[in-house]
Design a protein. Sequence first.
Length: 202
Amino acid sequence: MKIKSILLAALLLGSTGAFAQKGELSKAKSKYSSFATLTGGAVEKLPELAMKELGEAKEAIDKAAAHEKTKDLPETWTYLALINSEYAIINQKAGKAPEGEASYKAAGEAFLKAKSLNEGTEEAEIKGNMERAGSLLANYEIGNGVKAFETNNFEAAYTAFNNGLTYMPGDSILTLYAGIAAQNSQKYDEAIAKFKQLIPKS
């Protein structure tokens, strides 16, 4: 009888732990949804409550990403990419370069893992979240590229615009900017390759 009680207790504890971590994923989703509603997609001059919600979303998704039961779920990595990409662009716009770069790095790594885990999915929510994360990361690189271009650092500008294409493949603006930056940095082969991509296919 005692052995059965011990086994039942262990089973319940294990189930509770798994539920708790899935609860962290649900909390991250809920808090991010609240953040998105409060901001309406904006990335500057955000309400204090919105930043509080984003902070709680990040705390929850970090816990979910560290736990054995939820660390390999596609949804976990999608939200990890999404939440960190929001922080990356918010910090960049606020002039907080080190914080922005750290969030961008975390978001980029999570985005690539989420992309591989979500391959072939047709789930609208996941696709929408990946598109939002990709757009934010690409815009972060556009910001870097424009800043480099303004200081005539065309090679750095080319690298930034080209990196942006990792997150928004085939985007015409990024492709054009990358081509112009390549031309200005005398990377003529790369410039021609980019410009050719802009020619409409018959």
